[in-house]
Design a protein around this ligand. Structure first.
Ligand SMILES: Cc1cc2nc3c(=O)[nH]c(=O)nc-3n(C[C@H](O)[C@H](O)[C@H](O)COP(=O)(O)OP(=O)(O)OC[C@H]3O[C@@H](n4cnc5c(N)ncnc54)[C@H](O)[C@@H]3O)c2cc1C
Length: 393
């Protein structure tokens, strides 16, 4: 039997044992994980079957046709797209067994404690300190722009464990319990008026050494797995044709002939083609991923995603004229997910401004593409061999 046929058989078995109409959502998701049908490329016992990632589509199609619930992937994007691949690559067996199942089912939401007030693009300059005390690490510092921190049970955290070595070498990667009494989460309002993200203050937070991911001092390397996956997660989502921002503007164009002008038509056509090329490039990137972890190529996808979202939402506002500028809902909401398509044009225009900042700014991604994809000369780095504690801050 081929892998695809075997997957279909297993999916039918799951559906027969847990008919979606008669099964609680969470029970179904747990059973799906235990059957190895959550992410088929993960190992057996951890929600997968060790099969090529491309075969996931076989399972997803069968389950969708049967009306089975999904794990609401956009709500738990940081866990699925960033924490999970990092835990899989660097976690101990115990960590994988503890964290991956509730992460995938969405029972436990994850956030990312990386950026700091003084360390964003230059993330390796971070100053949050983790000091070893017996079996624990004691963490003090401040993180910022932490999406979903107010919903999260766990965080992936990078902190400085050795200030005496150059900045990239003295960092260690941890899993932080967001319910620790030393974790304080405060909302930060964005240009849309909403507060998807937060500043997070860490005061004497205790993290058991058993929650360290990777070796002490090797956190920068571990973080590369997270960051490369983040860019693919942000820029490389699987979309149907007109599934992204180009969908609503194309619909307005079709529905509202009175708004059309020749100039806007030319721009819309160009952006439609660009959006379709980006979508198909995303498909190719996902096929490359079948062969392993993403490399710096994800940076190019994320760059295109940010540019397109900003240009398309700008065109939409122009197309709608004054009506496009009508965004006046300044209620400070704490949204569980960022929903571009279900909102009005003004929201899309404002929210897409953050796309060229989150997950690495476009300028920094251009540097990554230049150096690591195209092989161009690297930017001068004068702080490479200087101990972190001696750097100007
Ligand atoms: C919506 C949103 C959600 C976010 N969620 C999270 C999250 O969940 N967790 C988290 O840890 N972080 C998160 N971030 C933070 C994000 O990763 C940082 O904002 C980003 O890395 C930039 O860092 P910075 O804000 O400190 O800007 P800076 O690094 O100070 O950059 C300022 C400007 O300088 C430019 N610049 C800096 N260095 C260079 C260079 N070498 N070459 C050329 N130009 C350069 C930048 O492009 C930018 O224009 C989020 C940000 C946004 C907008």
């Amino acid at each position: 039997m081929t892998d695809a046929a075997e997957l279909r058989r297993r999916t039918e078995e799951l559906l027969a044992a847990h008919p979606p109409a008669a099964t609680e959502r969470l029970d179904f998701l747990r059973a799906r994980f235990d059957a190895g049908l959550a992410w088929v490329h993960f190992p057996e016992g951890l929600g997968g079957l060790g099969l090529p990632r491309s075969l996931q589509a076989v399972v997803d199609a069968e389950l969708e046709a049967a009306g089975a619930p999904d794990n609401d992937p956009r709500r738990i994007g940081i866990g699925l797209g960033m924490a999970a691949p990092t835990i899989l690559q660097y976690g101990t067996e115990e960590q994988k067994r503890r964290f991956l199942r509730p992460l995938w089912t969405g029972e436990e939401v994850w956030c990312q404690l990386f950026s700091e007030p003084g360390a964003g693009s230059d993330l390796a300059a971070l100053g949050t300190r983790a000091v070893r005390e017996g079996e624990d690490w004691v963490v003090n510092g401040q993180k910022v722009w932490t999406s979903s921190a107010h919903l999260a049970r766990w965080a992936i955290l990078i902190a400085r464990t050795d200030p005496d070595v150059p900045k990239h070498r003295g960092i260690t990667y941890f899993v932080c319990d967001m319910t620790d009494p030393g974790v304080e989460v405060r909302p930060l309002r964005q240009i849309t008026g909403e507060a998807e993200f937060n500043e997070v203050f860490l005061t004497d937070v205790r993290i058991p050494d058993a929650h360290r991911l990777g070796e002490v001092g090797d956190g920068w390397r571990v973080a590369q797995t997270t960051l490369n996956n983040e860019r693919v997660a942000i820029g490389g989502m699987r979309l149907p044709r007109e599934g992204g921002m180009i969908g609503p503007v194309s619909k307005t164009w079709r529905d509202r002939p009175e708004l059309r002008t020749h100039d806007l038509h030319q721009r819309l056509l160009k952006l439609w083609v660009d959006a379709e090329v980006a979508r198909l490039t995303g498909e190719r990137l996902r096929q490359q991923l079948v062969a392993g972890q993403p490399g710096p190529e994800g940076a190019g996808m994320k760059l295109a995603f940010a540019r397109l979202n900003q240009e398309i939402s700008g065109l939409e506002v122009e197309l709608r004229g004054e009506e496009g500028l009508l965004y006046d809902d300044w209620t400070m909401r704490r949204p569980e997910l960022v929903d571009f398509t279900g909102r009005d044009a003004g929201y899309r225009y404002l929210r897409s401004k953050g796309n060229s900042i989150e997950g690495g700014t476009s300028e920094v991604l251009l540097n990554i593409v230049a150096e690591r994809v195209l092989g161009l000369p690297a930017e001068p780095r004068t702080d490479k061999d200087v101990a972190w504690k001696d750097l100007a801050r």
